[in-house]
Design a protein around this ligand. Structure first.
Ligand code: IMP
Ligand code: MG
Length: 176
């Protein structure tokens, strides 16, 4: 990809696939007897979600939710918005939220509150990436692909100003 921003590979495509397949196995085992509903957070989780659900061996139901906390910038505005809700009831369901990255934790803690009120049987979080050093609001993450340091990360669904979601690997970006 030609661009003015400097990208450095952080997690290779092969390493991503291997870890996603492990997560899929673990989730399949943990939810073996359950009727799992997987909710992806758009847009960032779309590629991870697609690979993860195909690594889960039992039938699952899917839904998506759109949240935004970043507005075309690498810094959070601190404000979380629910711009598109799930298209089904989650009451009495075993729900797994799939996220691209948990950074300050503000987005996830907001979403957990909103969904918990709807009385799912269980509500857990699977994030591809976790930046624990940046946490402002504590959130419990049951499944995590990789912990990453405090760098801005793009690729495999994650963007900077709307770009780089289609990179096959995860890269750190040096912002100009
Ligand atoms: P939080 O509310 O600070 O935890 O932010 C979570 C959201 O910010 C994620 O869903 C991402 O969309 C975005 N985000 C945080 N860090 C990064 C990053 O390094 N690259 C791309 N997006 C990020
Ligand atoms: Mg996101």
């Amino acid at each position: 990809m030609t661009n003015a921003d400097k990208l450095t590979e952080f997690i290779s495509e092969v390493a991503l696939q291997a870890r996603v397949s492990e997560l899929g196995k673990q989730i399949s085992a943990d939810y073996a007897e359950k009727n799992l509903l997987v909710i992806g957070i758009l847009k960032g989780s779309f590629i991870f979600m697609a690979d993860l659900v195909r690594a889960i061996t039992q039938p699952v139901e899917l839904s998506f939710i759109t949240l935004s906390s970043y507005h075309n910038a690498s810094k959070s505005s601190g404000e979380v918005r629910l711009s598109c809700d799930v298209d089904m009831s989650i009451r009495g369901r075993d729900v797994l939220i799939v996220e691209d990255i948990v950074d300050s934790g503000n987005t996830m803690s907001y979403l957990l509150k909103v969904l918990q009120i709807r009385e799912p049987t269980s509500l857990k979080v699977c994030t591809l990436l976790d930046k624990p050093s940046r946490r402002q609001t504590p959130v419990s993450v049951e499944y995590c692909g990789f912990q990453v340091p405090d760098e801005f990360i793009v690729g495999y669904g994650l963007d900077y100003a709307g770009k780089y979601r289609n990179l096959r690997n995860i890269s750190a970006i040096k912002l100009n």
